[in-house]
Design a protein around this ligand. Structure first.
Ligand code: PMP
Length: 279
């Protein structure tokens, strides 16, 4: 496996990161996850814009974002990725010796990129998935795509232990989002999703879905959704770069709608599929 680390293509065996890297010590960094369709990066400008936003919000000075796209395509070539690629990219603030909480403005960020062949699971999109709810114990700046994912890791593990796909997070009685997905509900033909705020990550797929709703004349309300209203939803779905638009058919063992992917969800999936093929 070839990765991009500190301005070089290196084999995994040769790759070295200092134990004093602030990513290792403090999770002091941000990341992005992208994918290709027809071997082209999907919404790469949006992902790099979000990366820049995350970097600015945690005051990491990194000026190389414009060069990343070319490096990613080279990495896909070098790894001989067949089919579609998944891209993971992270930037930490770099090394602090000795370890100090505060940082210097002249830190040299550590950039790491890896690609692998994407494993698609279309049956989840076709049949829908089950989820649980869990308390949202994350910090209050969820709009930053921070490396510090421990609360999300623990909630997702709860979901795995419960034999379901995702944990939908609830803060003060309101749904925020999934551990790695945005959440949507449908009621009386209106699509509800949580407004952009510090409580959620501004998902790229979420943005695409809102554009599709607009094109399909589906009414949208961006507002907070009460967890106790779950049983009254006609349809629910989650979105992410990997999951795309995935129907949710059960929440905490309560069946949503008729227990099958809903009609509006299916219309959005079809429109999303069309978007992929015209890339
Ligand atoms: N919310 C969280 C917390 C996430 O980690 C992700 C995955 N990046 C998403 C939402 C979905 O974002 P996107 O559609 O950009 O993959």
């Amino acid at each position: 496996m070839i990765i991009w680390l500190n301005n070089n293509f290196v084999s995994l065996e040769e790759a070295k990161v200092s134990p004093f890297d602030r990513g290792f010590l403090f999770a002091d960094g941000v990341y992005e996850a992208m994918r290709t369709y027809n071997r082209k990066l999907f919404r790469v400008e949006d992902h790099l814009q979000r990366l820049n936003r995350s970097l600015n919000l945690i005051e990491i000075n990194f000026t190389g974002t414009d060069g990343l796209e070319k490096i990613i395509y080279e990495l896909i070539e070098k790894n001989n990725v067949k089919g579609e690629a998944f891209v993971y990219l992270q930037i930490t603030r770099g090394v602090s010796i000795p370890r100090t909480h505060h940082f210097s403005q002249s830190q040299n960020p550590t950039v790491f990129i890896t690609v692998n062949e994407l494993e698609d699971e279309p049956e989840k999109r076709a049949n829908g998935v089950k989820v649980i709810t869990d308390e949202d114990l994350r910090w209050l700046r969820c709009n930053i795509k921070s490396l510090a994912l421990l609360p999300a890791v623990l909630s997702k593990q709860k979901a795995v232990n419960a034999g379901v796909e995702e944990a939908i997070l609830v803060r003060n009685g309101f749904i925020t989002e999934g551990t790695h997905t945005n959440f949507f509900a449908v009621k009386n033909n209106i699509v509800y999703t949580v407004p952009e705020s510090n409580y959620i990550l501004s998902g790229i797929t979420r943005k695409v879905v809102l554009q599709l709703c607009n094109e399909l004349d589906i009414k949208v309300k961006e507002e907070f959704i009460k967890a106790e209203e779950i049983t009254s939803f006609d349809e629910c779905f989650i979105t992410s770069t990997i999951e795309e638009v995935t129907p949710v058919i059960e929440i905490d063992e309560q069946i949503i709608g008729n227990g099958k992917p809903g009609e509006i969800t299916k219309r959005l999936q079809a429109a999303f599929d069309k978007l992929k093929t015209i890339l």
